[in-house]
Design a protein around this ligand. Structure first.
Ligand code: 5BU
Length: 479
């Protein structure tokens, strides 16, 4: 990047006043970050606010606009500053609709077709910019350009570009680190840790109307209308991507519930059903002779037959407790299970707790949003809250254990237990439906089958039958 003394001085000032912070931060999403930007505080430093506004206006490239609009909240004072200096009328979009009066979402005077420039402080996924742009576009304003001060290089400009919005950033996080390093504001190790973090978390997506936005095209579709293959590009979750690819390759949307009680039975079952499944679900605490070697043999079989390990641990305690349960104890689940189940009941601390125990591995979870058992207490509003929790934590949550189509967002897999070809119920409250009904009526992407397979005379043959029925139902669904 060419030398830009004004930008360099501005970044030094921002660092001095504490806008740019280094350390260990938990972001709104629960993600741990070594860097944090708090541009909100620039309202206390008018001279620095003015410098930020000047740099942003200079980056805007001299196009003509009728209006300027800041994304609430930090974009607002910056837009106000530019508005005053450039005599450019402002529009203000409310964060929440007023419950009285005109109920207008946008304050200011405008006409359809007028051009408006968006102003935002930091772009991560671009979701906030997009939300504001959508409101303005609904009012028939012409909004295609956004200027942001900092691009965190986590996919925001690409996401917005896919939705027809150009983003100009004053500075990227890489450039910012280089400038702070050049002026000895930080050391090499700090700069490296930030760059490494960005490299590991460089993809996000925007969900528009509950549907994920394709990065490469503008097509938006419902989950149940989409093929597993086309859903790969809608998610940035590494385990979800791997699972969807594996489901396509093996033509399998079958998960076996390996509810057996010894290591030998577990491994024998994995060997037999391995070729027909995408997921091998365990309740490891049922195994009487559990040991590290059970896990190492199971991992070998997962590689041999290409399936993913899924511990149905149903974490349901406070974050601090689940962190210890997940990453320690006899089972050390985080070490070997690619996916675990978790209850939404404790609130999102349970997700944050699990995430805190993940040490660089690709790991994910399914939220138990609905249960198959008779009299289950999972109400509609509870399931809805689980979906909201998933939407807030897409870097860890891959989907749901469900009994119905609770989300059309193609990123979220729906896994449905309580499936048997015959059998309607057991004596302890389990309720069954057929593989076809699970996929077509209940919106399952993956069916979970335990006793229907493990108690069959020939589990391999049974697994093959379930695989074929569930996959055929899925093919019917997307046709
Ligand atoms: P079955 O033998 O097919 O009934 O086994 C179903 C499996 O799915 C078993 O491991 C249960 O623990 C698991 N399960 C379930 O049946 N229903 C639920 O709502 C949830 C899990 Br959550």
């Amino acid at each position: 990047m060419a030398d830009n003394p004004a930008l360099e001085q501005c970044l030094i000032d921002l660092h001095k006043i504490g806008v740019i912070k280094f350390g260990d931060f938990t972001l709104k999403s629960g993600m741990q970050s070594p860097v944090y930007f708090d541009l909100r505080i620039i309202v206390s430093f008018p001279k620095i606010l003015e410098k930020v506004a000047d740099l942003m206006w200079a980056s805007a490239g001299g196009k003509e606009y009728h209006h300027i609009c800041g994304v609430p909240y930090t974009g607002l004072p910056i837009a106000t500053c530019i508005s005053l200096k450039k005599d450019l009328p402002m529009l203000v979009r409310r964060k929440e609709k007023k419950s009285y009066g005109t109920k207008k979402m946008v304050e200011g005077i405008y006409k359809a077709g007028e051009k408006c420039l968006m102003i935002e402080d930091v772009v991560v996924s671009g979701a906030s910019v997009y939300e504001t742009v959508l409101t303005l576009q609904e009012l028939e304003l012409d909004v295609t350009d956004a200027v942001v001060f900092l691009d965190r290089e986590q996919g925001g400009p690409a996401n917005l570009h896919a939705l027809g919005i150009n983003v100009i950033a004053v500075v990227t996080i890489t450039e910012m680190m280089a400038i702070l390093l050049k002026h000895s504001r930080i050391n090499q190790a700090t700069a490296d840790s930030v760059i490494e973090f960005i490299n590991c978390h460089n993809e996000t997506s925007i969900v528009a109307d509950g549907k994920a936005t394709f990065r490469k095209t503008l097509v938006q579709k419902n989950r149940t209308e989409m093929s597993f293959g086309s859903r790969i590009q809608t998610t940035v979750h590494p385990v979800a991507q791997k699972l969807l690819a594996l489901m396509v390759k093996k033509k399998s949307n079958l998960c076996v519930a390996a509810d057996v009680d010894t290591s030998a039975k577990l491994l024998e079952l994995a060997e037999k059903v391995g070729p027909f499944i995408c997921l091998f679900k365990t309740h490891m605490d049922i195994i009487k002779d559990f040991s590290k070697s059970t896990i190492s043999s199971l991992k070998d079989l997962a590689v041999k037959h290409d399936f993913i390990l899924f511990e149905d641990r149903q974490f349901g305690d406070i974050g601090n407790t689940v962190a210890s349960q997940y990453g320690g104890g006899l089972y050390d689940v985080v070490d070997w299970a690619d996916i675990v189940t978790v209850h939404g009941l404790p609130g999102d601390g349970v997700i944050k707790g699990l995430v805190s125990a993940v040490n660089g591995q690709a790991r994910g979870c399914m939220i138990v949003a609905q249960m198959s058992s008779e009299g289950s207490l999972t109400s509609e509003s509870y399931s809805k809250a689980c979906v909201e929790m998933a939407e807030d934590h897409t870097y860890f949550v891959m989907g749901f254990i469900s009994q119905g189509n609770i989300s059309q967002d193609p990123r979220f897999l729906h896994l449905t237990p309580g499936v048997q070809i015959e059998g309607a119920a057991d004596k302890l409250g389990q309720q069954y439906c057929s593989p076809r009904s699970a996929v077509l009526d209940k919106g399952a992407d993956i069916i979970i089958v335990g006793r229907g397979i493990i108690q069959a005379e020939d589990p391999a043959l049974a697994a093959q039958a379930y695989q074929e029925k569930a996959y055929a139902a899925y093919v019917t669904r997307i046709e």
